[in-house]
Every structure is written in C-alpha cells, then in structure tokens.
Design a protein around this ligand. Sequence first.
Ligand code: ADP
Ligand code: TRP
Length: 315
Amino acid sequence: MARKRLFTGLQPSGTLHIGNYFGALKLFLDLYEDYESFLCAVDYHALTTVRDPKLMHENTIDIVRDYLAVGVDPRKAVIFKQSDVSEHTELSWIFNAIIPMSLLELGHAYKDTAGKGKEATVGLFTYPTLMAADIVLYDTDVVPVGEDQRQHIEYAREIAHKFNTTFGETFKEPKEMIQKDVAVVPGTDGRKMSKSYGNTIPLFATKDEITKAVMAIITDSGGESPSNVYNIHLLFKSREELAPVYTANKGNYKASKEALIADIEAFVAPIRERRANISDETVIRVLKEGSEKARELASAKMKDVRQKIGVSFND
Ligand code: ADP
Ligand code: TRP
C-alpha cells in the first residue's frame, strides 16, 4: 500500500533553540519515515518579512542544514525550496482568483498586523493561498504544525474544496497534525522558551554559550533545588536519574547548574559537530535533488489543473 504523504514548510527564520527541538523537531524526526515526506523551505513566504538578499540566502541554507544536522535523512524525505518549484506560486494565483477576499480577511496573521495599524503587504494577505498551494500540490494527507498554524491548514482544506466543487475533484483535503501533549519547554527565566523573550538555549550552542545561558538561569533562593534548572534538566534525564544529583547538590545551585551544562553539552555536541560538517555545497545539492523530485510531481498536478480550468490547449 502506498504510504501517506506528509508535507511541512520550514520558515527560514534564524537560530533554532532547544524549545523548538523538544516541541517540534523531535516529533517530526520520530514521524517522517513512516510517510512519504516533503520538507519545503518556504523562501517566498519569508519574502513577506526578509528584505535582505544575503540573509534570505543564509537563512534558507541554515534551516535546511539544521534539519540535516538533527538527523533528517535526505534519502528518506524530499527536501527542497519553494522558489525552485514555480508551480507553487502559479497555483496560488489560481486560488486567489477563486476564493473571496472575505475568507482571507479573517486570517490571523493579516488581522494581527492590520489590527495593530501596521501596513500589511498583499503577500501577507494572500499568505494562506500560497501555503494551501504548497500543501495540496503534492496530494498531502497530513501536515505536522504547531497550534498557531491550525487556521492555515483549515484554509488549505477550504480552498481545495472550493476548487474541487468548482472544477471537479482534483485535490486531496489535508489534515493538520498537531501534537496535543507537548510540554512547554521553559526558558532560562522560567517562562516559555522563545526567541522573542531572549531566554533561549540555542540548539547548536557552543560549550561557552551553553554555560553562559545555564549560569544565567534565574533561581529562586527559597527552595532546596532550583526548579528552573530542574525543569530544563528533565528534557535530558529522567526524574530517577536526576534524583541523586539534586539530593547531593541540595542548596548548591551552582553544582546543579554544572550538572545541567554537562548534560546539555553531551546532547548538543554531536549535532553541533554534525552541523559544522555540513557544507553549503551539500545543502545546495540536497535542495537541487529535492526540487527535481518535487517539480516532477508538481508539474504533473499542474497539468491536470490547467486542463480542468480550461487554459490548456495542447496537452
Ligand atoms: P519561538 O517562540 O522561539 O518564536 P516558534 O514560534 O518559531 O518559536 O516555534 C517553532 C516551533 O517550535 C513551533 O512548532 C512551536 O510549537 C515549537 N516551540 C517553540 N518554543 C517552544 C517551547 N518553549 N516549548 C515547546 N515547543 C516550542
Ligand atoms: N506558515 C508556516 C509557518 O509559519 C510555514 C509554512 C509555509 C508551512 N507553507 C507550509 C507549514 C506548508 C506547513 C505546510 O510555520
């Protein structure tokens, strides 16, 4: 039986942290080999915010390098970038032509920006139609995403349905896959680890960066064991393994932090080294091979779409 298809889009948006790893990447790693998986670096989506060509280039390479470093095998997933498969933008135009403005006016990303009185670009407004095109071009079954992307997958379904009812059955309606029981990874100040709070431990941090981040963990001076340190430690070791460490270090926060530094370093060092050995050329080759496979599928689908809407004369 054919495997189901999984598609996810990677925003090339800077450095990953251990919250991203335990909250999203790890789930993806556990899952992707059970499907026919597609990973797409969504550079045209990023263009709605990134206006520095050098940064666009570097971030795109980096996000793919990060995925390879944590263990995604390019022989087991189609890894490519959106701008290499022009069918994505072509299909998004067709979707734009058939869905009402009122649907997109309800989009969270657009509403948040417009609601703050900021100017929203047309690209931000039509972001959901490009995302729908990304997904449905490949007859995707499931889309693993964070809760914040739920609405976008609902849009993809609605847009696919609209096309199907207008022009005949063409697209599969995809389902979101949102991990429900993912614990929030705490940052160095006890709040959710997030790049917007500046409380992160980078996933590919050097030993010095790890030390600096852990030493900066805010500890309340009241208790016997520092909960902010312990809660991060639980990502790397079980309660049973940690019990003797924290019993021996009762009241000695520095020693607990040093134990945490050692455990983070043991986890990070191999992926950090793997990442350092993945050259730009390797990433570019992976993207090139991936885009060839993606283009094959996308162009076959678009041939069908063009016929269905009546613009195709020759094939
Ligand atoms: P940030 O908050 O740093 O901007 P993103 O919003 O880019 O992170 O998150 C990317 C993915 O990582 C999402 O799927 C999100 O659910 C997951 N994630 C981010 N931070 C955490 C965290 N502290 N705990 C668990 N998962 C997280
Ligand atoms: N909007 C997604 C995000 O911000 C990125 C994305 C673009 C995506 N196209 C996609 C995710 C298709 C899943 C499927 O994270």
